[in-house]
Design a protein around this ligand. Sequence first.
Ligand SMILES: [Zn+2]
Length: 311
Amino acid sequence: MKTLWMTKSLMLTGLSTILLTGCATDTVSSDGKLDVVTSFYPMYEFTKQVAGEHANVIALIPVGSEPHDWEPSAKDMKKVKEADVFIYNGIVEGWAEQALQSTANTKRVVVEASNGIDLIEGLHQEEEEEEEEGHSHELDPHVWLSPVLAQREVEAIAQGLIAVDPTHKDDYRNNADRYIAKLKALDGTFREALASVKHKEFVTQHAAFGYLAKEYGLTQVPIAGLSPEEEPAPDKMADIIEFVKEKQVKTIFFETLVDPKVATTIAKEINAHTDVLNPLEGLTAEDKKNNLDYISIMTNNLHALKKALDE
Ligand SMILES: [Zn+2]
């Protein structure tokens, strides 16, 4: 499973120090628990599930914020520096590499949970066809939205915690196995529910559902690009409107953490309605109050998708 790890020298230094010395007690804080710093919600949730009682897990990116344009404060940097383990998805946290370099800490283990997963490029089909050679492709970071790839991220996190705290290896292994079983069940539910839908196309606010679409044979038509702030050009908007009319799409999905203005405008234009498809880039205060989590929000996503695809 070593290949799931960061391969960069900085990360390997941290890892090999621990593996070589085997001195796990050096790395736990005074309450005997690991201090684990994660980036945004799904990383936090996956880590909590694996760590159980053995770690203090925090998320840097607070409730109500999404990670695409977030930047760490000096206080956040201090947390990154002092962490026993730092866990992030990769790519979506554009600040992470720089933050890790400027807070070098040889004892800290770093897990880039998407490492080792084949990332897809974030351009639309028609743009790719028009593509000039030499244009740089942006990689799609949204692997956590595939219940299959989420299992790989949980496994990478488990390997990280086991490496830094081998004393609790069995607990981490059991916790990871239990959560992975839940994600497998979630995958089964998605696969079964989406196997027999009337349409395959769904319109999203930003291109967050590429891996989910690929997994279940669907086509995502994103209004914005890989980041929700990238608003589409007017001709692109016209293309989307033409596409949804042609495919008779009746639902335009929007998100809870981003202004739904463009989605609402398109919906009005084609006389469609809107619904939430949550890219799990953060919980809202309301989600938290209602004790929603990765699995329950993904289940809500499935119901919303199924309903839209059967219209
Ligand atoms: Zn996103």
